[in-house]
Design a protein around this ligand. Sequence first.
Ligand code: ATP
Ligand code: MG
Length: 602
Amino acid sequence: MRLSQMLFVTLREDPAEAEIPSHKLLLRAGYIRRVASGVYAYLPLMWRVLQKASEIVRQEMNATGAQECLLPQLQPADLWRESGRWDTYTKAEGIMFALTDRHDREMGLGPTHEEVITLVAREMIRSYRQLPLHLYQIQTKFRDEIRPRFGLMRGREFIMKDGYSFHSDADSLKETYQDMDVAYSNILRRCGLAFRAVEADSGAIGGAASQEFMVLAEAGEDEVLYTEDGKYSANVEKAISLPPEADPSTFEGYKKLETPNTPTIDSLSQFLKCSPTQIVKNVLYQAVYDNGATVLALVSIRGDQDVNEVKLQNELSKLAVNYKGNTLLALEVPSEEGQRKWAANPLPLGYIAPDLADDYIQPNIKHLEPKFLRMVDKTAVDLKNFVTGSNESDHHVVGANWGDQFTLPKLVVDVRKAFAGDRAVHDPSQLLQTARGIEIGHIFQLGVKYSQAMGAVYTNEQGEESPFWMGCYGVGVSRLAQAAVEQSYDKDGIIWPVAIAPYQAIVVIPNIADAKQVKAAEKLYEELNAAGVETLLDDRDERAGVKFKDADLIGIPFRVVTGRSLKQGKVEVVKRANHEAQELAIEAVVSTLKQWVEDAVS
Ligand code: ATP
Ligand code: MG
């Protein structure tokens, strides 16, 4: 491709809309253009990158025996009602774009495809002889994200590879899951990314295994906790650890004390000169289920610990049936406005005790549970003579005990957040370390959740009907492409890994008025492309400095310059990654670059 004929527009300045380096660079270098919040045009250079990443994904998937297909993006609401996800995905914080067609039928734009694929399997797989089967697609997904940001990292329209596998039993599912673990590692390695596979939250489904593939970068939205010995790494949402030991209580005898202006654990522990580990804090959450049922959960946890809201969500999801719901729609610390809807009296916020009276909740409000759901985190169970709230502003109680002043909630849960610096469970001498990660892939053993809900069964060897065992596996292709930039750039621009660079080489003519330069460059350009080295030709009528800057900015791995050394039959060749320059005889250019490309992608 000749730059003179290409849609090639680079920006000198950092665009104001971009916060992280990769987003700035992709905009500046003319790879993407914003059309609406979270919606981008992939310009010709970007499209090549995306196709290359897709091709690597495709090759690795095909190598495992998975088959490519393409499923509809427009999906009927009724299908989502069968799985029970229509409300979860369209109400409250749901992220599905929903619409109504001319016949008043509700539809959604696919954020993911479990429902559609389960329908296909239900109708087309009859017998165990057809199993296992793994179908995948590479397609644009739609999600009305609450906070679209960072360009392609969190878009509302983005490209994903999603695959779904069907099995007759859990062992067969595990085999495919292992294959995907290997395939995903291969994909990321081949795309030139440094990554870490981590244990991930598998939501309310429970037991099922799930792993995320994190590309390590400061701009990552996820936190990963891991140990140096390489034996443990997990998303912080899922991570477990040993809490620090609690200090023995310094209080004897139960009493109520005036503790003015101490609504936080910090202010309270300073005022009482005690350790936060001697305090029981009581955190209020509002849970809303799909049937509208609203439950106020009061979580008692040790003062130095925080509630992991993902773990809490999972606990509350398990309780959905108690409130005649199917799923949890939303969980939040009730806002002031929220409190006004249900609180009978102003709450003693910052001073709440585990026995906060149920008559703080207004009676007889539709869908509102009239009693607090009380739960206690494991860290608070064994505390003796603890400090906690008194349900009265500016007062706390000290020397309290479960079984004496307070009833220990029956619901004992593990909802504490693991922190960097905590001791690891597998080996307490290992301390958890922290890193930021960008979630690129997620592999997941779904089990029979969808097949059961949607009546997707096959006939097993005994002639009985049995629900499919399912797995699902996703790679964010467009997020991956941007993550590659986030991991690899310098002050001059992008440094593409060779395997996904839009072009591998660029031939720059410093001065297009010099016929010799033009001739040599044209020849090299033709020969490189003919030899399979994907090459650009910068034949624009621009100053040499501008051309070099642009070549650096767009991050093409190898640059060939037909400049002064032509007289000696040589050209300058520069590696983008380290700016290493050398003069090569013209005849040696094609074979050398071909070799460099091969070395880089093998
Ligand atoms: P996240 O936690 O980042 O919102 P997710 O867990 O909802 O992602 P999955 O449903 O597991 O995402 O989707 C599979 C992959 O698709 C993710 O691992 C990620 O790489 C990519 N992905 C998800 N949401 C987006 C988005 N809004 N923009 C770009 N890529 C995305
Ligand atoms: Mg995920």
